[in-house]
Write a protein that binds this ligand. Structure first.
Ligand code: NCD
Length: 297
């Protein structure tokens, strides 16, 4: 079964993945759950964390993996996406992890290929395993998601991380505040889920927050006039004084890559409140749980 997004994933399935991921935390043991199974990692966009953590997760479960980056493949020779995927499908992998700049690309291919597809980020649409690892990280710091105040701040318009997180958090009764400058925060985002509100004011977003999730300004996804970088940090960069507005035990998250001095100050990124590296660690545990579910016997 494919994993294409959080929007259509039922609560019990999410809970099962998050619980299973807990079993894989704090261990680097190599298991043989997925022995003789092949995972293909197909990345049409840059990635550090997501690609390596899928690879490590697969290896820890005993699977064989190959990773293909689009610039090194035949897509740069004019092969269509369907032909590339059919070629890889003919090599009979047990699953394909795929990242693509076009929203909906993995959904389109999942309809044509019998191989399960795991979406590792499609355009500005969804990034389901990121939302799952974020939920795992929040739950390592809070007993439940219900009633939490989560501020997601930055380039919301172009963020698949924000969309997947909004879907997941609202399924579990968290209150999400989306915050960013007007050009990066279109009003229709309030309709993503019932418990979502919008503000252009970072202080209002952070007030009483349990979780602050910072996002990068994703210039490579901005196909309209790019957002001018100028005063961004002054108005939307997270600084130590902001944290005083939040709950005392607030956690600061960021999916990475972080741009120090752009959306987050070094003091905050490296502070005790930051769980950014815990997110990276949980990325492996959560992806192990996902691969086991998708590729397991
Ligand atoms: C995110 C992505 O690619 O959507 N990164 C990630 O997967 N950790 C966020 C980003 O690119 O800023």
């Amino acid at each position: 079964m494919s994993l294409l997004g959080i929007e259509n994933l039922a609560r019990p399935e999410i809970e099962a993945i998050l619980n299973r991921a807990k079993d894989f935390q704090n261990s680097t043991a190599k298991l043989d759950t997925l022995r003789n199974r092949l995972l293909v990692n197909l990345f049409f966009e840059n990635s550090t964390r997501t690609r390596t953590s899928f690879e490590i997760a697969a290896k820890r479960l005993g699977a064989d993996t190959i990773s293909i980056t689009a610039s090194a493949s035949s897509t740069s020779k004019g092969e269509s996406l369907v032909d590339t995927l059919n070629t890889l499908g003919a090599m009979r992998p047990h699953a394909i992890v795929m990242r693509h700049a076009a929203s909906g690309a993995p959904h389109f291919l999942a309809r044509y290929l019998p191989t399960p597809i795991i979406n590792a980020g499609d355009g500005t649409h969804e990034h389901p395993t990121q939302a799952l690892l974020d939920a795992r990280t929040i739950l390592d710091n809070r007993p439940s998601l219900e009633g939490l105040r989560v501020a997601i701040i930055g380039d919301i318009a172009h963020s698949r991380v924000a969309r997947s997180n909004v879907h997941l958090l609202s399924k579990f009764g968290a209150n999400v505040v989306l915050c960013g400058p007007a050009p990066l925060l279109p009003p229709q985002l309030a309709k993503l889920a019932p418990d979502v509100s919008l503000t252009y004011d970072i202080r209002e977003a952070i007030q009483d927050a349990d979780v602050i999730m910072m996002l990068r300004v994703q210039l490579e996804r901005q196909h309209e006039t790019p957002f001018p970088p100028g005063d961004y940090f002054k108005f939307y960069g997270l600084r130590p004084d902001h944290l005083l507005l939040a709950k005392p035990d607030v956690i600061v998250m960021h999916p990475g890559p972080i741009n120090r001095g752009r959306e987050i100050s070094s003091e905050v990124a490296d502070s005790k409140r930051s769980v950014i590296l815990n997110q990276v660690e949980n990325g492996i545990a959560v992806r192990m749980a996902v691969l086991e579910r998708v590729m397991g016997a």
